[in-house]
Design a protein around this ligand. Sequence first.
Ligand code: GTP
Ligand code: MG
Ligand code: MG
Ligand code: ZN
Length: 394
Amino acid sequence: MEQKLLESIRNDFLNNKPIIILDDEREVEGDLVFPAELMNESVAEFFFKYGKGLFCIVGPEENLLKRGFFKLPTNYNANYFIPIDFGNGTGINAFERAQTCVQLANIQTTLSDFRYPGHVTLIGAKDFTMRRGHSESSVELMKLSGFKPFSVITEILDENGESHNIEHVFQLAKKFGLKVLNISDIWRFYVKNTELMKVKSVARLPTRFGEFKIISFENNLDHKEHIALLKEWEKGTTPYVRVHSECLTGDTLSSLRCDCGSQLSNALRKISEKGGILLYLRQEGRGIGLSKKIEAYNLQDSGYDTHEANIALGFKPDERDYAAAYQMLKALGVEEVILLTNNKEKVDELEKYGIRIRHSERLYGEITRYNEFYLKTKLIKFHHQLEELFEKEV
Ligand SMILES: Nc1nc2c(ncn2[C@@H]2O[C@H](COP(=O)(O)OP(=O)(O)OP(=O)(O)O)[C@@H](O)[C@H]2O)c(=O)[nH]1
Ligand SMILES: [Mg+2]
Ligand SMILES: [Mg+2]
Ligand SMILES: [Zn+2]
């Protein structure tokens, strides 16, 4: 998603055209979205007729609370506030509901300017880094496209009243020329353009592989303690970068089930020699956490491979995210890297954030009889570039 697209979204809104946000990460469903400040009778009508779901205004939770709006009790962690009406009518018709939206976007108003309970559902959006739903992404999109952080959203139901019909969503988009954005695209754009991590503490760190600087970060992205080890590189050259995901068992407990520990050593050796950065990401077990990885190991001992074990536990084969790696590089002022990896996904992900990958260099660990099957699974099912490792045998 680029600046040009945002401008054209802004123009669509100014021309009474909503957009559709697709929740591609969680529910796989589409919502019509429009700025609350621009809502009017005809767009509201369009939402009722073609959206058909619940007509909701969304605003930042803390803003709503400050203005006196209060949350409804919930037994499933919903974030509904008291529904509201503006004006003296019944509050239900398109004109009145549109007025309610406009008046809520007018931040001078407080709860006492509205009647409650009313006919427009009010939802509090969390911070985008805390939750990535329709509410949060639509509020973020308002800000990115130059509007006040209040959106109107309505779920799209098909002709049978079903809400997860993506084909129907795309037909509707085509019929009315509406843009369709994914939540993940809005999220990526947000991460790319927002400073979410800053250098916090720096110290000297002599290691077996040479002396590095160890750097911690103030982290408003995911609040984890990701760490960088940096060895100065020659000005004008490209640093070698290793993006390494935490593996407590392999990195520090000398486990032979994987190749992580020896890869880490080889990466530090290379970076110490050439200059560059190790980004140590706290996403243990490809993002499922240590306990779940131990469960996965147990499944692997009874015949599952590493890919199948993750799925059996209800996860994706790989749950990792590289937003933090990008934010750390951004905080360190690095725009171009030579990436030490066999995992093409790391290359693709960093490139999506705009990091230039000069090239990637294979980084092998040690093959042992305990990790051989694991590595073969990575080659075959995750398409990691490990062919060379097994060539000798073939
Ligand atoms: N779920 C799960 N995670 C594992 C297993 N074995 C290792 N891991 C995790 O896999 C991750 C490996 O991280 P990296 O070495 O940075 O990444 P990679 O995908 O191997 O890619 P490379 O850059 O080529 O090394 C770590 O988070 C490990 O904890 C396993 O059997 N199951
Ligand atoms: Mg939704
Ligand atoms: Mg690895
Ligand atoms: Zn490991």
